[in-house]
Design a protein around this ligand. Sequence first.
Ligand code: FAD
Length: 457
Amino acid sequence: MSVVVVGAGPTGLATACALRTQGVPVRVVDGAVAPATTSRALGLQPRGGEVLGRLGALGDLPRRSVSIRRVVIHVGGRRAGELRVGQPTKLVRQPGLLVSQAEVEARLRARLGELGVAVEWGTRVVGVEQDDGGVVLSTSAGHVGAEWVVGCDGAHSVVRKASGVGFPGVPLVEGFVLGDVRVELPLPRDAVGVWVRGEEMFSAFPLPDGVWRFMAPAPGVAVEDVPAFLAACAGRHAGVRIGAGGEWVWTSVFRIHRRLAGTYRQGRVLLAGDAAHIHSPFGGQGMNTGLGDAENLAWRLALVTSGRAGHGLLDGYEAERRPVAADVLDSTSGLTGLVLGESALARVVRDRVLFPLMGLPPVRKLIWEQASQLKTSYAQSPSADDRASATGFPSSPATTSSAGRSPHRRATRACRRRATCWVTCERCTARAERCSSAPTDTSRGAGSPIRTRCAER
Ligand SMILES: Cc1cc2nc3c(=O)[nH]c(=O)nc-3n(C[C@H](O)[C@H](O)[C@H](O)COP(=O)(O)OP(=O)(O)OC[C@H]3O[C@@H](n4cnc5c(N)ncnc54)[C@H](O)[C@@H]3O)c2cc1C
């Protein structure tokens, strides 16, 4: 088998789908006995949606999701401001979607099935050995051989540990609780609500099927006490009552860490998703960052496994994706510190300066475009030359961004620099004659190089 993907979370499933669409033989093993049904990540950012679209795995998710238009912030019980998100900008055309990670995984599994691969559940990896010729995984179901292994086995990745890759970082928040409850509430379902009062914080996210996700910092609360704790928070902060009719679908207690793998590649073993980076859930970036890793890695592996590029092409994966993860660690840690207000002075600045600032259109646009992940660009990537030299790569299906104009505009800008492009821009291609092409954002898909001149040049 060319590639074995360990872990059937969003990152592993997306990696496997992307490899299969490029003709690479792939197996997916997962230690769980069956797919998870809990919501976990709930923010599908515009770029994550684009990746799913290019993989043919978006399906009816936009229709099944809740579109978020606003984050409404309350300080000390009073409405203090509103951050409009999901407003179209020149870069971002799609709203952010709230949908359960379980649904995203289900769509990816269905797509993977169409591509002829079924996840091998109940296959827990316990050891990894490699030499120049390949990798052998020791699993609960026996030995599995592969030319390449992609470790998408989450924060406690056995693949990472067995490969000797460090995961340095620090805990950020000691105790945090979440609960998904199906209940009718007099709160707007196109808005995320955030309530802060001194050191306390409470947030409410509308999810499909009449479910609300509540989250709050709460050191020392046991998981069985989460419903009562969150119901009390909802009453105290948002003034809403979760009565006996509220159906608690899922509750969890967790700690927040920020950690980044020392390297993304150890010989024939590569790491992606939470196996390579973990951070605060504030800002809803984790699953989306894993989807971006998957797409970036898959086109490289497809070229390497088919002999069209040398192993060195894989180093560009770390060069391009590790800085993206480092930025996500920084921005989500910053947002967490801001919202939780770690000192009295920080809370005054938060309540009187930063929250009001968020209402300003330029700040709003900055935050929304950053969160969308559509600002990620590899135009300055040290591995741009790899891309240029790796010719003969097949187009992936539907490589045009749903953001429409943004990659086109980037491509147009880059065309002026007369470099080589690995992003297919349908608009350019359609209008163009001939082009030395444009380097831009390879995570927009492993597209054909644009061999055309942008008409708007
Ligand atoms: C409360 C909360 C809210 C979040 N909200 C968001 C959000 O809004 N937006 C967002 O983008 N992200 C969010 N995240 C983060 C998101 O859930 C993760 O980033 C995402 O699950 C990572 O996907 P993954 O596929 O890399 O890893 P995982 O989802 O952890 O999947 C790992 C898979 O590997 C399997 N596995 C583990 N060990 C082994 C082994 N030894 N052998 C075989 N299989 C193994 C597991 O069974 C699992 O299926 C949130 C996280 C939390 C906790």
